[in-house]
Structure formats: C-alpha cells, structure tokens
Design a protein around this ligand. Structure first.
Ligand code: FES
Length: 100
C-alpha cells in the first residue's frame, strides 16, 4: 500500500499501488475535478506534486502535450491526476477544487 495526502484539505489515505491520483480522489471523496472523465483531455484534474514525484508513473507524451497546450499555471511539479499512477507515498495539491 502507498499513502497519498491531498492538500489543501490535508487528507491522507492508503491506496493500492498502481491506482491513479484521480481514482484515489474519487474513492475518498476528494473534490478533484475531472471534466473529461479521466481521458487526458480537459486538464481539470491538474495537481501539483509537493513530495514524492519519483513515486509516480513517468510522464507520457499525451500528458506532456495536455500540460503544455491546455493547462494553466503549469509548474515543474504539475501532473494530471488521471494519468499519474501512485507507486509510493506522495503529497499532492489539488489545483481545481470541484465546488459542485
Ligand atoms: S480528467 Fe480530464 S485530463 Fe484528467
């Protein structure tokens, strides 16, 4: 099991290795937006990795493309929650809170 902490709500949960950050968020009712349903299209699942970047699956071309061309406020630690899989302990900050 791996641990993921979601900020700014500061909720930590244990998750199975290989689950995406978005699936972990859905599992634990974290309000992480996912307008396209997790298909690497909308970038509303944008998160920033505060620690544990090396515990996530590697960036793939589609995700890099979306981050470069669609997402706003992208930083070096930006990932898409629907693409990044968890393989160790991570701390992530939700960029777009789902207010609905
Ligand atoms: S949910 Fe749309 S890009 Fe991740």
């Amino acid at each position: 099991m791996s641990k993921i902490t979601f900020l700014p709500m500061n909720v930590t949960q244990e998750v199975k290795a290989g689950i995406t950050i978005l699936d972990a968020a859905i599992q634990y009712d974290i309000p992480l937006q996912h307008a396209c349903g997790g298909f690497c299209a909308c970038t509303t699942c944008h998160i920033q990795v505060k620690s544990g970047m090396s515990s996530l699956s590697a960036l793939e071309e589609d995700e890099i493309d979306r981050l470069e061309r669609v997402a706003e406020g992208v930083q070096e630690n930006s990932r898409l929650g629907c693409q990044a899989k968890i393989y160790g302990d991570v701390v992530v900050e939700v960029v777009h809170l789902d207010e609905s």
